[in-house]
Design a protein around this ligand. Structure first.
Ligand SMILES: Cc1cc2nc3c(=O)[nH]c(=O)nc-3n(C[C@H](O)[C@H](O)[C@H](O)COP(=O)(O)OP(=O)(O)OC[C@H]3O[C@@H](n4cnc5c(N)ncnc54)[C@H](O)[C@@H]3O)c2cc1C
Ligand code: FES
Ligand code: FES
Length: 1332
């Protein structure tokens, strides 16, 4: 015991508190008033009008809210610049600092910052919602580096930023020009494998289109378009030195002189917020408020307060207490203050590892590796080491390592007494640690390792970047030479993610001690470990068999790793065979190889939530049910009504018009009357009713949505099966899981009345403003002519804002109308994910007949989609699935029956691909099975069964302009498939624990909406006398480049520059009754409509033009005006030739088809299930692309979203598959538990090309639709993973076919790679559970 205190140091009465709290934002000094302690920095910034910083999730998981914080360190006399997530940053924690937001680095008036410029030029933004966050992450990196960062540093700095649209590649390309690279090295590296005509960018050194020989860099009007336009290397000096200095904000001089002062502030609900700067003050506060929450980064407490709604009364920021910030390199180890940030700790570890003897730093290296995969940069910049320890999360990445590495924690009490406790004894129970109410953690001591002492880290998560662990571990062993043997003198194995606490494997530790490090030790230790780490079948987190397998796999890897380290030591005999070294290689990846709207990159682009709430406006929030299926017995809202600020609570009885809504059938309730589905704040008494929560449940109970049966037939399936022609007939079931849209901007609407409620106007984030108009009119009982919905742009939709968004507009309309006040509704991320519906999960039941050669003869298919609690678009989704269930294969006899199931989950809805990826995945599953049965490659089976020109499809349409054969053979040669197969086989033969796999997948996607009436588009084109053109059309811009494409069409029709055309917001009072912006058809429809309007205007102006010689378009338009020519035209387009009758199975359902194919190569770690994609080659036929740069961006974005569906994004909902969750509860309702691909998940090499010389006579300017068709091609990665698993199973003699469900998560990959370890916990037919 010791003491740091003297008795007179216990006073903290706030006298030293600053007279005024201040903050600089973008160079402007702002006084922070008292009373705002409940606010985050993000809320504050948006309240003061800086809406460039976005709210994407509110839980530190997306990076949309990234800003840079600069502070002055009085000790080192240096400015520190770092990126933070403003959504988790308490406002007062940045008091006395300088915050720079995206508005502060460049804008239209001041000029763009080079980062913004580069991103715009490289087509690195689509919907733009994520863009400010990406820019600020890079900006903070550049400002914090003394020299230009490396490419690796740049990619690492973006690990905490998610983008759902672009597929990341253009962002990487845009940002890499700020990296310091050896140009020659880079150029040489990337030049290999370039196609003829491709060009190596002198700046990024990557293939790009800025070169003279580029084939991708011309739009239809000959303008340069593609990435790298005019690109040149941008030196660091331009950012922080010479040329840019005058525009860059300097660190405010006042803050250089001003010392941080203690703070004593208050917030809403009596919240007290302190920032002491001395240890004695801190301890005094601890004595006064023993239950106070201490914060440093607030990355745990912020989540508790925001998502778990825990109400803390006293918060104390301990971030600036010197004793808690110590970092001392001592003779026997490293002393780390509890408030030291993880990023700072990481830096010091790297320094120590570089400077000290290698044997001393084994633990340091383990921490270095582990921190690489600890959260994203923004979190690591603020999260503290002590916060991680004291929060005692069972999945903390560091705690098992502290335990294994013999770390000691120093604890201080309010009186200054210090005691020390071993890390392994510190964790007592779930979130319970050995700290008394009057104690805090002072520091941590990490001892150096001794000779022959080895420490190793392990972590397996769903996604490598920025994800919490499923299981992690720290392992240490100390070996001593004893005679001819090396024996274990000390060992410590500790796991996270297997119990409510970080868990030491005590029996295993005891077993190891004294044993010789050899094969017997390994076998014995695996046996003991199997019984040491016990997990119940319904353990929280699920995946019990997998997690248990991981504990052993990690130890197996540890054994091999230590043996490898010891290799060559005298008398050490346990040599690792070469193929086994594959178990111990750590993952490392090489760096990865749109008409841009300037407003988007500056944060000036306005989304619905950015529009200021008018005076008198209100915020609306939804009250959600707490049960999946229950009858409401009574509701007590008295407490809710008493809450400060509540104006009213509205129910079905308050709806002036119709409470029943729905896009196709009115089978939903806006506000629940008798039955409920989710949870909320009002006290509701329920009678629980049986709930249907999965496809299996629904099928068992014959729970179908009425009138949703669909049937397609070709040939005679029964006759074929009976005829004996089929050498093989197989039957099986393929469950296909759903997917969350995860658009970065959540559902939002601002709605208000005018003329005393006679008219209603709204701004909505919607893919279909007319649907909002119709819902609101119906709910309020108003004519549609009095309701207007406008949409400027949306932060991603992907189908999720086609119908579901209208529900929230309708809900907000009720109070807005009844109170005559503006109402804004913006869903929180978790609410949005819980209630807005997802991609449909499916079940396909197939029976396929085929010959010994692999020729398909008959398919009998039943497909079911899980519609959820109402019809919404489920029948249309099913229709497309039925049509796509042949993918690209000629099946002479084919019968498909489809049905929509009813269940008690939120109604599922449209999502990119609209049912076709699910149906095609079923098809490719049985293709792959046929190949395994016949011992042929799946690619061969695919190829011999391709459809062709003139093929009659199972729904009667005849194929025309078939280009898949060309695509396929071109792809086969560009990816050099036969060589790739040989290389992969060779790799697999040399590596026991890593396997590679390859696959080539084709696709065809019919273009048109199913219902014929939707295949129409209208536009309004207006000419002004200054020669500018205003276009308004029915489509919504959501990052897919629609406005750019229609602008190009207008510009080329009038032969004027693109900059003369402006596309205004979509509005129901300009273009009525527009179809949803969906089905990939918008460019065709609105491009056609705009062309029609332009042609009318050109024709009207022609008589005047032909008589005169005008110097400019403006002169022509002015002359026409003077001649009283109507300069406004309404254009209209209907897709010609369509007409299909499902009863007769005859007619034209799709105007044309878009074709494509992709090759993928992956590598899996068979012991953990980790995987990465090494290569993707993709070719699409897009006719004569309207804008190749935009189209390539769409392809990459769709592919990466598809990659999420096939390999990352798992939906977990309480139900038969996940009994550890409350029934119906969606566990994966935020970026914390639901993992979309991050930048690190990009293929190492990703090449996309467009088929040449393939004009499409059926669409505007011979182009083809692109938004959805490439999505399914990501399944090439899925089947490459399966191919790799086949190789792994062959190692244990298993050559039989096996199922693999999507997403192919680490759990599914690992458990399919059966071996001695998995056999201890599950048999070879084990199939991980799936919510579907
Ligand atoms: C998006 C995201 C990703 C994440 N990823 C990871 C990850 O990959 N791996 C991982 O391990 N964690 C991860 N975390 C968890 C979190 O970042 C860490 O636990 C972090 O280190 C906590 O530090 P903090 O300073 O932010 O804690 P705070 O939230 O500020 O505090 C956490 C707790 O510690 C207590 N506390 C803090 N200091 C002391 C002290 N000196 N004495 C006593 N009690 C104290 C507080 O009272 C509080 O209960 C992630 C969190 C988020 C939001
Ligand atoms: S909004 Fe802050 S990280 Fe997502
Ligand atoms: S552009 Fe990144 S989320 Fe839309």
């Amino acid at each position: 015991m010791g003491s740091l205190m003297t008795p007179d140091e216990f006073l903290f009465d706030g006298k030293e508190s600053a007279s005024e709290a201040i903050l600089y934002v973008n160079g402007v000094r702002r006084i922070l008033p008292d009373g705002l302690a409940h606010l985050t920095l993000l809320e504050y910034l948006r309240d003061i009008g800086l809406t460039g910083t976005k709210l994407g999730c509110g839980e530190g998981g997306c990076g949309a809210c990234t800003v840079m914080v600069s502070s002055f360190d009085q000790t080192s006399k240096k400015c520190l610049h770092y990126a933070v997530n403003a959504c988790l940053c308490p406002l007062y924690s940045v008091e006395g600092m300088h915050v720079i937001t995206v508005e502060g680095i460049g804008n239209r008036r001041k000029g763009l910052h080079p980062i913004q410029e580069s991103l715009a030029r490289s087509h690195g933004t689509q919907c733009g919602f994520c863009t400010p966050g990406f820019i600020m992450s890079l900006y903070a990196l550049l400002r914090s580096c003394k020299t230009p960062p490396s490419e690796e540093q740049i990619e690492e700095s973006l690990g905490g930023n998610l983008c759902r649209c672009t597929g990341y590649r253009p962002i990487v390309d845009a940002f890499q020009i700020f990296a310091k690279t050896e140009d020659t090295l880079h150029t040489e590296r990337s030049s290999t494998g370039l196609q003829e005509g491709e060009f190596t960018c002198p700046s990024t050194g990557k293939p790009c289109s800025c070169g003279p020989k580029s084939v991708r860099n011309k739009d239809t009007s000959g303008n340069s378009l593609a990435s790298g336009l005019n690109c040149r290397p941008i030196s660091y000096n331009e950012i922080d030195g010479s040329t840019y200095t005058d525009k860059e904000f300097i660190f405010p001089p006042e803050l250089l002189l001003r010392k941080l002062t203690p703070l004593n502030m208050r917030g809403f609900g009596g919240l007290k917020w302190y920032r002491p700067l001395k240890l004695n003050h801190l301890l005094e506060l601890k004595a006064r408020y023993p239950d106070a929450k201490f914060i440093v980064g607030n990355t745990e407490v912020g989540i508790e307060m925001r998502l778990k709604r825990i109400d803390y009364k006293v918060i104390v920021s301990v971030a600036y207490i010197p004793e808690l910030n110590t970092l001392k390199i001592k003779d026997d180890g490293l002393e780390i203050g509890a408030a030291v940030r993880v990023s700072e700790f990481h830096k010091v570890l790297k320094k120590v590892a570089a400077e000290r003897a290698a044997y001393e730093t084994s633990a340091c290296k383990a921490f270095i590796e582990q921190i690489k995969w600890f959260a994203g940069t923004q979190i690591r910049n603020v999260a503290s080491v002590g916060g991680n320890i004291c929060h005692a999360s069972p999945i903390s990445d560091l705690n098992p390592l502290w335990m294994a590495a013999r770390a000691r924690f120093q604890i201080i009490d309010c009186k200054g007494n210090i005691r020390t406790v071993l890390a392994e004894n510190f964790f007592l129970g779930y979130r319970k640690v050995d700290l008394a109410r009057n104690e805090i953690l002072l520091s941590i001591f990490l001892p150096w390792t001794r000779p022959f002492e080895y420490v190793k880290e392990f972590k397996q998560a769903h996604r490598r970047d920025d994800d919490i662990a499923l299981v992690n571990a720290g392992m240490r062993v100390h070996l001593k030479e004893k005679g001819e043997e090396w024996v274990v003198s000390d060992a410590s194995i500790a796991y996270g993610g297997v119990a409510p606490v970080p868990l030491g494997a005590l029996k295993t530790n005891n077993f190891l001690i004294g044993k010789s490090w050899d094969q017997d030790l390994l076998n014995g230790a695996l046996d003991v470990l199997g019984n040491d780490i016990l997990m119940k079948e319904d353990a929280p987190g699920g995946m019990v068999e997998y997690r248990k397998s991981l504990t052993l796999s990690f130890f197996f890897k540890f054994f091999l790793w230590v043996s490898h380290q010891m290799d060559g030591e005298k008398s050490f005999k346990e040599r690792v065979p070469a193929p086994y070294l594959s178990a111990v290689q750590s993952f490392s990846r090489p760096t990865v190889i749109g008409n841009q709207d300037y407003e988007i990159v500056t944060g000036e682009a306005e989304y619905t939530d950015d529009v200021e709430l008018p005076p008198n406006g209100l915020h609306a929030a939804l009250i959600l049910g707490r049960k999946p299926h229950a009858r409401i017995l009574s509701i007590d809202d008295s407490e809710a009504k008493r809450s400060p600020g509540v104006v009213g609570i509205y129910y079905a009885k308050d709806v002036p018009g119709d409470n029943r809504i729905g896009p196709v059938r009115h089978d939903e309730e806006l506000f629940a009357t008798e039955f409920v589905k989710f949870f909320g704040q009002v006290n509701v008494e329920y009678e629980e009713l049986p709930a249907i929560l999965s496809i299996q449940d629904a099928l068992k109970l014959n729970s179908f949505i009425p009138d949703t049966k669909l049937f397609a037939n070709k040939g005679d399936v029964d006759l074929c099966f009976q005829s004996g022609q089929c050498d093989h007939i197989i039957e099986g079931e393929v469950p296909v899981s759903g997917q969350e849209h995860f658009y970065l901007e959540t559902q939002s609407t601002l709605i208000w009345t005018t003329d005393y409620g006679n008219e209603v106007h709204m701004l909505s984030s919607s893919q279909c403003p007319p649907k909002h108009q119709a819902y609101v009119a119906s709910v309020l009982d108003l004519p549609m002519s009095k309701v207007v919905c406008k949409t400027k742009r949306i932060g991603g939709g992907f189908g999720g804002k086609e119908t579901r968004s209208a529900v929230f507009a309708a809900a907000a309309a009720v109070p807005a109308y009844l109170l005559n006040r503006p109402v804004k509704i913006v869903l929180d991320r978790d609410e949005d994910m819980m209630i807005t519906g997802q991609r449909h999960s499916f079940l396909g039941k197939y029976k396929v007949g085929f010959t010994n050669d692999g020729k398909l003869l008959a398919l009998d298919l039943e497909i079911y989609n899980n519609g959820g609690s109402s019809l919404d678009m489920s029948f249309a989704v099913l229709e497309r699935a039925v049509c796509c269930s042949d993918n690209v294969y000629e099946i002479p006899n084919m019968r498909v029956l489809g049905k929509v199931l009813f269940s008690h989950i939120p109604t599922n809805t449209a999502f990119r691909g609209f049912g076709s990826p699910q149906a095609m995945l079923v098809a490719e599953n049985w293709i792959q099975r046929i190949a395994m049965i016949l011992k042929k490659s799946p690619e061969e089976i695919r190829e011999i069964n391709f459809q062709g020109e003139g093929s009659v499809l199972h729904f009667g349409q005849i194929l025309e302009n078939w280009t898949l054969d060309r695509i396929w053979s071109q792809l086969k040669s560009t990816c050099n498939f036969s060589l790739a197969r040989k290389d992969v086989d060779e790799f697999n033969s040399k590596n026991r624990w890593r396997k590679r796999g390859i696959a080539m997948i084709p696709t065809k996607f019919g273009i048109s909406f199913g219902p014929k009436f939707l295949n129409q588009g209208a536009a309004l084109v207006q000419l002004y006398t200054d020669g500018t053109v205003l276009v308004t059309h029915g489509g919504v811009e959501m990052g897919q480049g629609l406005h750019t494409k229609v602008s190009q069409i207008a510009a080329s029709a009038f032969n004027i520059p693109l900059s003369s055309v402006f596309v205004s917001e979509t509005s129901t009072d300009k273009v009525p009754n527009a179809s949803p912006t969906a089905a990939s058809a918008s460019s065709d429809l609105y491009g056609g409509a705009v062309l029609d309007a332009c042609q009318q205007l050109v024709a009207r102006m022609e008589p005047i033009k032909s008589k005169n010689n005008f110097a400019s378009f403006a002169e022509l338009v002015t002359a026409c005006y003077h001649e009283r020519v109507n300069l406004s035209a309404q254009g209209f387009y209907v897709t010609p030739g369509l007409g299909y009758d499902w009863k007769t199975g005859k007619g034209i359902l799709f105007r044309y088809f878009t074709y494509g194919a992709a090759f993928a190569e992956v590598e899996i770690d068979t012991l953990t299930g980790d995987f990465h994609t090494r290569k993707v080659d993709l070719i699409m036929d897009l006719g004569h692309s309207l804008n190749p740069a935009i189209d390539v961006g769409q392809i990459e974005g769709a592919f990466v979203q598809g990659l999420g569906w096939v390999a990352f994004e798992e939906i977990k909902r309480g139900g038969p598959a996940h009994k550890w969750l409350p029934p119906g509860y969606l566990f994966t309702c935020g970026p914390g538990n639901y993992k979309i691909p991050s930048m690190n998940d990009l293929p190492f090499k990703f090449s996309v090309s467009l088929l040449k010389d393939a004009p499409n006579k059926y669409a505007v300017h011979s182009s083809k639709a692109v938004g959805e068709p490439p999505f399914f091609l990501a399944s090439a990665v899925f089947f490459a993973i399966k191919d790799a698993i086949v190789a792994a199973r062959a190692e244990v003699g298993r050559h039989d076919w096996f199922p693999l469900d999507n997403p192919a998560t680490p759990e599914r990959i690992r458990m399919a790679c059966v071996d001695d370890i998995t056999a201890r916990f599950a048999d070879h037919s084990f199939r991980p559970k799936l919510s579907y």
